[in-house]
Design a protein around this ligand. Structure first.
Ligand code: KG4
Ligand code: ZN
Length: 364
């Protein structure tokens, strides 16, 4: 079964074709991140406008890459697609609308079943992709060769979410913990802003951290009533206070003026200490949950799963966590198509594609 996935929940316009929930035939991502970088965060109107411009070319390319060896006409390519899957939430309304309206229209026009996907849940399904077509465009993607096994303990960490979830089976799961305030990726983005590092903050903070001492500062780890919940907003504020102190100022000193007065070694120490504490908080929760629930597999998914320090610290856990290629950790449509394949074996498609609505606040 070949499913065309469509993802537009934030600033990436993505389309991909995945066969049987495990074999990657194409993965196309057009990001508008460069347009947002000057603002230090995603601007919803710009993201939505970029989706409108990119969505049809991105879908065309996903189909052409998937069937390239076979020199097919567009109509023939479509006849090889068995279903369409689209992210319905959570995400930015304007962004989600473009993907969902496109998917609805295509499902009706091409007469294909349509599956609606929860973006956060789908991040875990990126690790179910274990094979790829021998296409040049997929050459740079390296996959784990074994799918995770249930029960799966999943840490889903991205710009919008920090969740610890126990999956008994497909679509049968329990949220063990989540963030009370900022998502961990969001904390990286905010710390980057304090240090004057480029957006998105994950890669730039971890790059700066390489030159710093992770033990330079003792930063607080939030303790929550539910032991598996997280909080990252206090940690971000602690970084701000430490930065103000380093330059001999008090809490009234504006954060926007810090990048100009902090030197490179202070920035590196702040980045390294923040990263160390944030990652340790995540790994502590993961360790406690894996001891309590004894999962067969641990999966770490979402944009922050790209973080080296996270991988180094989490690799000490048993079982050793499963990650996927960085290209499938950050937002992509292959994970949407993979999730829909397992829906197709468990549930009915959307009864009337015309009636599928976006759900920006969709929970797991
Ligand atoms: O999953 P994703 O692409 O989008 C959301 O669903 O949010 O995740 C993006 C987030 C951003 O906050 C970004 O700063 C973070 O993932 N990120 C990282 C790294 N690469 C991306 N965080 C820490 N370390 C990284 N290497
Ligand atoms: Zn995401």
């Amino acid at each position: 079964m070949k499913i065309l996935g469509i993802e537009t929940s934030c600033d990436e316009t993505a389309a991909a074709v995945v066969e049987d929930g495990r074999r990657l035939l194409s993965n196309v991502v057009a990001s508008s991140v460069d347009l947002h970088a000057v603002y230090g965060g995603v601007v919803p109107e710009i993201a939505a406008r970029s989706h409108i411009e990119s969505i049809l070319p991105v879908i065309d390319e996903a189909l052409k890459t998937a069937f390239q060896g076979r020199a097919l006409e567009m109509a023939e390519m479509w006849s090889n697609i068995d279903a369409i899957a689209v992210t319905r939430g959570p995400g930015l309304s304007g962004s989600l609308l473009i993907g969902v309206l496109t998917a609805r229209t295509l499902a009706i026009a091409k007469n294909k079943p349509l599956y609606a996907v929860n973006h956060v849940e789908a991040h875990v399904y990126a690790t179910f992709i274990t094979e790829k077509a021998k296409s040049l465009k997929l050459k740079a993607i390296s996959l784990n060769n074994k799918q995770p096994e249930f029960p799966i303990l999943a840490l889903i960490v991205s710009g919008g979410h920090s969740q610890l979830v126990l999956f008994k089976n497909h679509f049968d799961y329990k949220i063990l913990g989540q963030t009370a305030d900022d998502a961990v990726g969001e904390a990286f983005d905010k710390v980057a802003k304090i240090l004057g590092l480029p957006y998105p903050g994950g890669p730039s903070v971890s790059q700066a951290a390489k030159e710093g001492n992770p033990n330079a500062l003792l930063l607080p780890k939030a303790r929550m009533q539910n032991g598996y919940d997280y909080s990252f907003s206090g940690l971000k504020t602690a970084v701000l206070r430490a930065a103000q102190q380093m330059v001999g100022k008090d809490f009234t000193f504006p954060s926007s003026a810090l990048p100009a007065v902090l030197n490179a070694s202070q920035k590196a120490n702040l980045a390294a200490s923040f990263q160390h504490t944030a990652i340790q908080t995540l790994v502590d929760g993961l360790k406690a949950a894996s001891e309590e629930f004894e999962p067969k597999s641990i999966v770490i998914a979402g944009g922050v799963a790209a973080n080296r320090e996270l991988r180094t610290q989490a690799d000490k856990l048993t079982p050793k966590p499963i990650y996927t290629d960085i290209k499938l950790c950050t937002d992509n449509a292959a994970m949407i198509a993979a999730n829909a394949y397992y829906q197709a074996s468990n549930k009915q498609p959307v009864a009337d594609p015309y009636s599928l609505e976006i759900d920006p606040g969709l929970q797991m």
